[in-house]
Design a protein around this ligand. Structure first.
Ligand code: ARG
Length: 459
């Protein structure tokens, strides 16, 4: 089959080379963007007088026909035509004849592919932002029901201080808020148009880059044609943001896995998000959070893969850059599906209030508050810490929690203890005493929830 670039060649391409250098196996995903980019280009060629009205009209019609076939699933792609750009151009020429060959005037596949990638990622970034907001909404809704649900808070995975379940979940709300912000920031850089940069040096035709940029919804154009065709920073940026999204998802997933273990039993994920065991009939496995945790690996891998492709690449376009695609598509798919599963999984999970509540009565997580109690009675914090450490040790030896001790037992360690100590000891008072801004008391968490609500309203 004759190649669109076959003129200077005397031999057929080696078969394995043809297959391996082709990108159509994956860049067919850019078909819509490729046609969109071509339409903007042809409108501009006409308004600049580079193509006649008639030629442009033929090409537009041809592109619409190709677009319709694509949407009807009737467009076939072949390795012989290497990539999506040449496959579409070939279809166009098949539809309207030789005039279709005028579409590529003043353009190169190098600015064309960069344009397609920008358009694709612009769209995907916006979609992923919406999906992030859906997850935030699910967290917000669940938190609203649980400002007064108390559970142990951990550091080092050791019981630390009792906290509100809403407080714990809202921590993830803010992580996803930063992810949202990162994607939002990246939009202004994705919105640079490379179209019109040509192969690397610009073009001899009197094109109007601002015009195509505007038609495609870009904010501005790359000021340097060499940078325009060889920049893949916007993909790296997207992949970095995606890595952080997956990192956050993996941390939350890990909490779900732990919380769903029989040892904790703090939550139960809905049956529709779990699977069973082929041998152990009693099992209900949290496969979804496990997979989400693991898929962080491929997203991180894709990021490092692209950074490695770009490292040391000379200007301008190099075939190496074709390797930017599969990782990007995979990252987009992984993040999209992760968020799609996460929102309904959160919305449908059962929170075992009673178990969590019981847990905070069987630990020493009120110890800090007894130290603070002595500080309020005038002791330096270090001294108070020492006294309470001794009381905890005593409790451990006697098999008693701090809640079980009598006033006499407390007073044996320090004479400042009085009857009011018992109100301080209650896990709920411990939680609600943390009224500082961003703290875990019910009042502070309700304030935080309001702030989260305002954030969602702005989206
Ligand atoms: N398929 C190529 C890619 O994905 C398109 C650009 C090819 N340009 C070229 N001069 N070979 O990067």
């Amino acid at each position: 089959m004759s190649k669109l670039w076959g003129g200077r060649f005397t031999k057929e391409t080696n078969k394995i080379v043809e297959k391996e250098t082709a990108s159509i196996g994956f860049d067919y995903k850019l078909a819509e963007q490729d046609i969109e980019g071509s339409l903007a280009h042809v409108y501009m060629l006409e308004s600049q007088g580079i193509l006649t009205k008639h030629e442009a009209a033929q090409i537009e019609q041809g592109l619409f026909t190709v677009q319709k076939k694509l949407r009807d699933g009737q467009l076939s792609f072949s390795y012989e035509h290497e990539d999506i750009h040449m496959n579409i151009e070939k279809h166009l020429i098949d539809e309207i004849g030789a005039v279709g060959g005028k579409l590529h005037t003043g353009r190169s596949r190098n600015d064309q592919v960069a344009t397609d990638m920008h358009l694709y990622l612009l769209n995907k970034t916006e979609q992923i932002m919406t999906k992030l907001a859906d997850v935030q909404q699910a967290i917000y809704d669940l938190s609203g029901e649980h400002t007064d649900t108390i559970l142990p808070g951990y550091t080092h995975l050791q019981r630390a201080q009792p906290i509100s379940f809403a407080h714990h979940m809202l921590a993830y709300f803010w992580m996803f808020e930063r992810d949202y912000g990162r994607l939002n920031d990246s939009l202004k850089r994705i919105s640079w148009s490379p179209l019109g940069a040509g192969a690397l040096a610009g073009t001899t035709f009197p094109i109007d880059r601002e015009d195509t940029a505007r038609r495609l919804g870009f904010e501005t154009v790359y000021p340097n044609s060499m940078d325009a065709v060889s920049d893949r920073d916007f993909i790296v940026e997207f992949m970095s943001a995606a890595s952080l999204i997956m990192t956050h998802i993996s941390r939350l997933s890990e909490e779900f896995v732990i919380w769903m273990s029989e040892e904790f039993s703090f939550i139960e994920l809905d049956d529709s998000f779990c699977t069973g065991s082929s041998i152990m009939p009693q099992k209900k496995n949290p496969d979804v959070p496990e997979l989400l945790r693991a898929r962080t690996g491929r997203v991180n891998g894709n990021l490092v893969g692209l950074l490695t492709v770009l490292k040391g690449l000379p200007l301008a376009y190099n075939k190496d850059m074709q390797e930017d695609k599969e990782g990007m598509f995979d990252t987009v798919h992984t993040v999209e599906t992760a968020l799609d599963m996460l929102a309904p999984m959160i919305a449908s999970m059962t929170v075992n209030r009673e178990t969590m509540q019981r847990a905070v009565h069987t630990d020493y997580s009120n110890a800090t508050d007894i130290a603070d109690y002595l500080v309020n009675k005038g002791l330096p914090f270090r001294e108070a810490h020492e006294v309470i450490g001794k009381i905890v040790l005593y409790g451990l030896n006697e098999n008693k929690y701090l809640l079980d001790l009598t006033l006499e037992e407390f007073q044996a360690f320090h004479t400042s203890f009085e009857d009011d100590i018992f109100a301080v000891l209650e896990p709920r008072s411990v939680m609600n005493a943390r009224t500082s801004e961003g703290g875990t008391s019910e009042t502070a968490v309700k304030e935080q929830l309001k702030q989260a609500g305002r954030t969602l309203e702005k989206k």
